[in-house]
Ligand binder design. Sequence first.
Ligand code: ZN
Length: 213
Amino acid sequence: MKIIMLGAPGAGKGTQAKKVAKKYNIPHISTGDIFRANIKEGTELGKRAKEYMDKGELVPDDITIGMLLDRIHKADCKDGFVLDGFPRTIPQAKSLSEALSKLNEKIDYAINIDVPDDSIITRMSGRRACLSCGSTYHIKYSAPKKENICDNCGSELVIRDDDKPETVKKRLDVYHKQTQPLIDYYDNENILANVDGTKDMEEVFLDIVAVLG
Ligand SMILES: [Zn+2]
């Protein structure tokens, strides 16, 4: 069960990826985690990635895919994995397909969590964060007990720059340009499943489980 999760930033992709991983007892793999692990362990690829990151440059795809291939061939991936946040572009998707096909492997499912931009902007604008302890809230879905005050440490909550409508719109623009084409790409590979991401989290999850069986 090799799964890729697709969806706009704020569509709930990461949350669903974690739930899928738990239910099917397969690892949830994000590129951020892979980078951190490789850098911490001082692997050859990790060292190369760090050089780019230290310069503030994007890590080239071949390094990322190299790390990814290492990761998905660890023992805990024998029953599959859920990839979250990769691939993000058509060239990355093609490189991943090529690398896997050389090993006689392939992705089994690409699950697209479909949420219109308007809903994403509304959702994200309700997020609040505590900069002191890192707790996060949502004014509608997980409100703090006292308005605008962190339950955990009593600090005042803020809207992170990442969650401001103008930032969200910019990220959505990038998503539409770079990542949305992957929906057609995986549709052509006959592994795409669209799931309505506007439903509540549990319903979205049940829809995903219905796809995976
Ligand atoms: Zn706090």
